[in-house]
Design a protein around this ligand. Structure first.
Ligand SMILES: Nc1ncnc2c1ncn2[C@@H]1O[C@H](COP(=O)(O)OP(=O)(O)OP(=O)(O)O)[C@@H](O)[C@H]1O
Length: 269
């Protein structure tokens, strides 16, 4: 019989969780793997490592830490303008996003949403105006960003190394974050063999791997099926509740009721 739930629960208690809470989490986690007809060991990885990830996440989400983080300005744009030759793409954009807030950037095709997100990330310089951001930023581009001949694990190792994370830790963190999007990376499978939606999940995991305080996401759910799309928004709310700031470029206006700020860039530039 699979004793993963028991080992998971024991580790949660050893890490300081109340036995009732540990038991409830163990039942819920096993049920989540069951929904995907997967063995928890394969779906979440070793019980003790997954327990550590979960406890770390719960700690970040504790009320006191949330209160300390919420309210801190993570991103501030003032009078940001961008011109390409004589063409003005962005004119005097202001935006302030604090910890514990989600901002959506909306507008017609070509109005400058991706340009603005790149300016937020520091990848494109504004023509005028100021940009202030905290140091730990995660950026998820609209497409690309991955190397087709590398596996998901190799991406975790590579991106982890760039952020000073040891290979083993980078791989287990990557597997954990992937599981939150109901994805279990297959060892030895190059990324070029993944579906478009799954590659986008990899992009999201890579943007989040180093635990950034500010997440900048450019339509990150393209190619997601309905379940993955819901998992994505659930994850956005987990980040928000943990005191992080999220800026998401989106065309899907029905999600705007779930965000704190909407920056409408209007028609095409
Ligand atoms: N490096 C560049 N040089 C010149 N023009 C550019 C450059 N990057 C973007 N543009 C132009 O700036 C405008 C805004 O582009 P951007 O990609 O930011 O729009 P968008 O709102 O994200 O569009 P979409 O909704 O289609 O993704 C477009 O007209 C685009 O052609």
């Amino acid at each position: 019989m699979n004793d993963w739930p028991h080992r998971f629960e024991t580790e949660l208690v050893r890490l300081g969780l109340q036995p009732e809470r540990a038991h409830r989490l163990s039942v819920e986690t096993a049920a989540q793997a069951g929904e995907h007809a997967a063995d928890p060991d394969h779906f979440f990885g070793p019980a003790h490592l997954y327990a550590r990830h979960l406890v770390a996440e719960l700690r970040v989400s504790t009320f006191e830490e949330k209160r300390a983080e919420a309210g801190r300005v993570m991103l501030r744009l003032a009078g940001v303008t961008k011109r390409y030759r004589r063409r003005t793409v962005l004119a005097g954009v202001d935006l302030t996003v604090r910890g514990g807030e989600v901002a959506a950037i909306v507008g017609a095709n070509g109005c400058g949403k991706s340009t603005l997100l790149r300016i937020c990330a520091g990848l494109t310089a504004p023509t005028s105006g100021t940009v202030q951001r905290i140091r730990r930023v995660g950026f998820v581009p609209q497409d690309g960003g991955t190397a087709g001949w590398l596996t998901a694990d190799e991406h975790f190792t590579l991106f982890g190394a760039a952020a000073g994370i040891a290979p083993r830790k980078a791989r287990s963190t990557g597997a954990h974050l992937a599981s939150l999007l109901a994805w279990r990376p297959t060892a030895a499978q190059p990324v070029q063999e993944l579906s478009g939606g799954t590659r986008q999940k990899l992009n999201l995991v890579l943007g989040e791997l180093h635990g950034p305080d500010l997440l900048l996401l450019d339509e990150p759910y393209q190619g997601f099926d309905q379940g993955s799309y819901l998992d994505f928004w659930r994850q956005v709310h987990v980040w928000r509740d943990a005191g992080r700031a999220v800026v998401v470029v989106t065309h899907l206006l029905h999600e705007l009721q779930h965000v704190d700020h909407v920056l409408d860039l209007g028609g095409a530039a």
